[in-house]
Design a protein around this ligand. Structure first.
Ligand code: SF4
Length: 190
């Protein structure tokens, strides 16, 4: 007899003789122990434009030689969009966070190169700033064919992400307007 069949049989026998062999209570206890000593971090599911709120449970006492481990991710009951629920994709987030293939540092593939190279965040920010400046200098249009002032930069486009906050998007829109970026979209439309 297999373990699952044994448990089913035991539960049925318990119910038959009226001793209250209730497996759901045992499972609930296990779940409580799993997150009992974790740190809760609130975040947003990055997969789609619904932007569901999540709580990430991390185990680890923050000592120097201890690597924090994500042991559970669940829907945030206080998030207005999902109220504690997650779709099947969002429910797998733990395996995205804890994935050996996850990219943790910026990378660049230089012109003519056949491979990606790891770079520091400072190098990445400086490189992006340099490309924005040179692209704007090359493609900026002050007036259109009718002589009307347009001040736009058709060489740049910006797409917002679903995990961006309203405050970030407000600042981003101000910034790209100052650069003259006319082509802009949001992941919310994807
Ligand atoms: S949990 Fe599902 S519906 Fe919610 S943001 Fe993630 S992918 Fe989208």
């Amino acid at each position: 007899m297999k373990r699952r069949m044994f448990l089913k049989g035991a539960a049925a026998a318990g119910a038959a003789v009226g001793i209250g062999f209730d497996m759901s209570r045992a499972r609930a206890e296990m779940r409580q122990f799993k997150i009992a000593r974790t740190t809760e971090t609130r975040s947003i599911c990055p997969y789609c434009a619904v932007a569901c709120g999540v709580i990430i449970h991390t185990l680890g006492d923050k000592a120097k030689n201890v690597r924090p481990t994500v042991v559970h991710v669940e829907g945030d009951p206080d998030a207005p969009t999902n109220r504690g629920t997650l779709c099947p994709k969002g429910a797998t987030l733990k395996y995205d966070i804890d994935n050996p293939n996850r990219i943790l540092t910026p990378k660049v593939r230089r012109p003519g190169s056949d491979h990606w190279e790891e770079i520091s965040w400072d190098e990445a920010v400086q490189g992006i700033a340099r490309h924005i400046k040179s692209t704007r200098d090359r493609t900026f249009v002050a007036k259109n064919a009718k002589g009307q002032t347009v001040n736009r930069t058709p060489g740049l486009a910006v797409v917002g992400g679903c995990t961006d906050t309203n405050e970030f998007n407000f600042l981003q829109w101000k910034f790209i307007s100052a650069l003259g970026v006319a082509y802009r979209d949001s992941q919310a439309r994807v």
